[in-house]
Design a protein around this ligand. Structure first.
Ligand code: ZN
Length: 252
């Protein structure tokens, strides 16, 4: 099993948990670093301290969100390491770092540019924001794509991973159960949205209020963006129809 350690970035919050996980994966004489995180001086210092002089062979980034990417170039430059991410890094490409082989897996849904990284011999996957150690991943309109997200979960499951190293919260050792939990959560949410549309047509704002009840404004915006992502899939699936701003059930 490759030696994996992490430095948690000082960016805790409702969507980032205790903060972004920057993973350091030991490849013998060199290391690979995954998701340097936000552009933060204290985090940069903490990372360099943890490396204790080890050579960084490559910096990998799961996706371009502001809690994963911004420190990458600044961290990589003094190590003369390359930063690799989608789309330059393609699905199935293998990145080498010393004795380590990391396979890039294109796993869109949370974002359109999302990669996971697999260590095949360990059946270990760095999941970014596809799967988190706790809670559920954000798949929100307009960037999120529920159908793509579900495909990405299936793809991950097909690899039968033993351990997941997520972008936030702790590693997941019950990997298959967690993937299944995420798939069920997403399908339950979809069934809930479809049932509500079938009860009566409405705008996304109406439907959000009907599904979630009264939420504070900030949560309401996130809930509506999630619901809109589900509506888009339901329209694509042909079970919901769009009439201007109003969504109604298709007559089958
Ligand atoms: Zn993200």
């Amino acid at each position: 099993m490759a030696l994996v350690s992490r430095v948690v970035a000082p960016n805790p919050g409702p969507y980032t948990g205790p903060g972004t996980n920057t993973w350091i994966v030991d490849g013998g004489p060199v290391v690979a670093v995954i998701d340097p995180g936000p552009d933060d001086d204290a985090h940069l210092d903490a990372l360099d301290k943890r490396l204790a002089g080890k050579t960084v062979a490559v910096v990998l980034v799961t996706h371009g969100h502001p809690d994963h990417l911004p420190l990458a170039e600044r961290f990589a430059a003094p190590h003369h390491a390359s930063v690799q991410r989608y789309p330059e890094l393609r699905d199935g490409e293998i990145v080498r770092a010393g004795a380590l082989n990391l396979t890039a897996l294109y796993t869109p849904g949370h974002s359109a540019d999302h990669l996971c990284f697999l260590i095949a011999e360990d059946r270990a996957v760095f999941t970014g924001d596809l799967i988190l150690g706790q809670g559920s991943s954000m798949v929100t309109y307009p960037e999120g794509d529920v159908a793509a997200y579900l495909h990405s979960l299936d793809r991950l499951a097909s690899l039968e991973p033993q351990i997941l190293f997520p972008g936030h919260w702790d590693p997941v050792t019950e990997a298959m159960a967690k993937i299944d939990e995420y798939r069920r959560h997403r399908l339950e949410r979809e069934a809930q949205v479809l049932a509500e549309v079938r009860r009566g047509a409405g705008t996304p704002t109406d439907l959000t209020r009907r599904v979630y009840g009264d939420l504070d404004d900030r949560l309401m915006v996130a809930a509506e963006m999630t619901l809109r992502a589900h509506l888009r899939k339901l329209v694509d699936d042909g079970v919901v129809r769009e009439r201007g701003e109003v969504y109604e059930a298709s007559v089958i």
